[in-house]
Each structure stands twice: as C-alpha cells, then as structure tokens.
Design a protein around this ligand. Sequence first.
Ligand code: SF4
Ligand code: SF4
Length: 376
Amino acid sequence: MPREGGGLPSGAGERYRDPRLAQKMLERVRSLARKAAERLGRQPAIMEVCGTHTVALSRTGLRAALGDLVELKSGPGCPVCVTDQAELDAMLALARLPQVAVATFGDLIRVPGSFSTLEKERARGAEVLVFYSPADAVTWAKEHPDREVVFLGVGFETTAPAVAASLELAEQLGVPNFYLYSAHKLIPPVMRVLVSEARSRIDAFLLPGHVSTIIGHRAFDFLAREYGLPAAATGFEPLDLLLGLEAVLEQLADGHAEVVNRYPRVVREEGNRRALSLLERYFEPTGASWRGIGRVEGSGLSLRPEFAGRDAARRFPVEVPEPRVPAGCRCGELLRGSIRPPECPLFARRCRPEHPVGPCMVSSEGACAAYYLYEG
Ligand code: SF4
Ligand code: SF4
C-alpha cells in the first residue's frame, strides 16, 4: 500500500533515530511499564492499530526489548489483511470478466481469496494492473477507451482521499471507463468494536500515524472519554514509538486517560481539511465487513448516489460462492488482538512469505510477515 503523510522536515527523521536518546527513552519507558503493571496488577496490553507501526516495532527491536514488561498487540491496521474474504472473491470475479481490467496496489495481488489470487488470474489471462497511485489507473483508462477499468479500492482514511482524487480526475478528464470497487474501511468504528468486546483486553492504544494525519487526533477522543483508555498519535521512527509508549504508560501508571498527540510535526488536531472534504464529496459511510471481526456499521465507504455510475459493484454485479477461509489460518484472531503470530500453528511452517496461507503473511504491513522477518 502507498504510505502517505511522511512530511518530516529534513533532518528530523534522523533526530528521531538517535540511538543514545533512544536508549535513554527505552529505560524510561521500561520503568513506566513497571509502574503501570503495579497499578494494573498485570502486564499492560497496548495495541498498535497501524500496520506500519507493527512493522516498525518489530524492525527496531522495540517489541523484543519490551516483551518482558508490555504486551504489544497488533490490531486491524493493515488494509490488505482486513479485506474480507468475500470482498476478495468479488475482486477475483471482477478480474475474470472479459471486458474488465482491474487495477490495484501491489500487495493485494498475492492475497489468497477462497479459490484463487489476482496473480493467478493474471497468469490465466486476466488483465490485472498494478499501480502505485490511483491517478495512474485513470491515465491508463483514458489511454485504453476499449477497456472497462475497475480500481480495487482497499485502504483506510489514508488511502481513500487519493482514490477520491482519482474519481475527481476521471470526472475532469471525462474518462467514462473508470470505476471503483470500494472496499475502503474506517478505523475509529472498528476500534470501538474491539474495545467494547470483553474478549480483547486492551489497556491503551498507539494511534495510526497516517490515519491521524487525515482525520486528526481529536477523532479518537472517544477512547478516553467513553472507555477510559489512554491513546497517543505517534510516528514511525524509534523515538516516535518510544514517545507514544511513554505517553500511554505514564497515564496507565498514574491512572488517567486522555488522547495525546506525540506526532505534532505531522498530525494536527482537526486533520487534513482538503483530504476530508474530498472524502465527504465522493463517499458516504456504510457498513463494512472486516476479516475476523465481521460487519461493523459505519466502518466502510460507498460512493455517493451522484457517483453511482462509477460504482463497479453496480455496473458489474458478480455472484460469488460462499467464501472459504484457508484451513488453519488464524489471521482473524490476530487482527482482533486475541493471538500473536507465533501462536498460529502454521506460522513459519506451512505459512511463510514465499508461500503465504493468509493475508497477514502477504502484506508488507502484515503482522505475520513482520514477525517472520524481524522477530525470528
Ligand atoms: S496509518 Fe494506515 S496507511 Fe498509514 S501506514 Fe498505518 S496502516 Fe498504512
Ligand atoms: S501465520 Fe499465516 S496462516 Fe497463520 S495467521 Fe498468519 S497469515 Fe494466517
């Protein structure tokens, strides 16, 4: 998936990687973790919602360095991983339509649907195009007026504005053969479901940095207000992660809860107005199904009625058989924070990045891939 929102002033990234500062901060975080554990009477469980945080916590060694004191749980923050099996099957069915070319981001093409993958469909002759930006798919559609181009829109609040911008571009350029299959998902509603469930124990959140850039950190205030959970918006460098952990552990140690911004060089209170207005213009909230979590009202985005003509689900209705999740795959439990990757019996045995059984081993933001690559 493309990642947005970097926006570091030059040199800032390096500052946030300073090993001496990081060591100092790590000691402070460890000491706060002990205090939090004392107060809670057990190890604090902190969920990182974003796939890039999952990877960064593994790659920097922080998950291992804190493993004896903090339970760092990966959440539903990889857009490819949370795409529901039935949605994947619908995408495969679209790819099989002779007049349709499907366009998507790289990771998605290797994710196993119930009976195939987009990569296999491509080998069988389907037109499956991989683009880094949805705008490139519009250009391709303009150059190939004889094809019906369906963009497979997966991703959260981060990616959806770029997809909305591609619809705007298609309108402006008058490209009638560009459509969207929207499997976009919204993060706050699914977090609500996770925290309301008794079975997922979460004491605090590291908020997704890029999603927070778009919707603003205030959009997560409900976590502290309604559920008494501390949360911190944070970035992706080692010191960013430590600052976020420090913020939530401090709160757990002294027993209060608020949503704080530890990524002010990128995240603003109210988010990014232009991105939000693009979202508002093209989409409206709808129910969406998440892998392992099920249907969550208001957590998806469908095209507004004015743009129904660009809605691939209406233009090319496809029938899909009952979805089949790969036998033994526990991605669903992983995405709700109930297990860690090594607890899946297939992990590093039948399921590896070269032959993934589930999406969490495919995607570059997937928790299983991150553990496999960096926690070995
Ligand atoms: S905030 Fe969202 S889009 Fe950005 S890296 Fe994390 S999961 Fe990916
Ligand atoms: S190890 Fe493979 S099969 Fe198991 S949860 Fe992860 S992706 Fe799914």
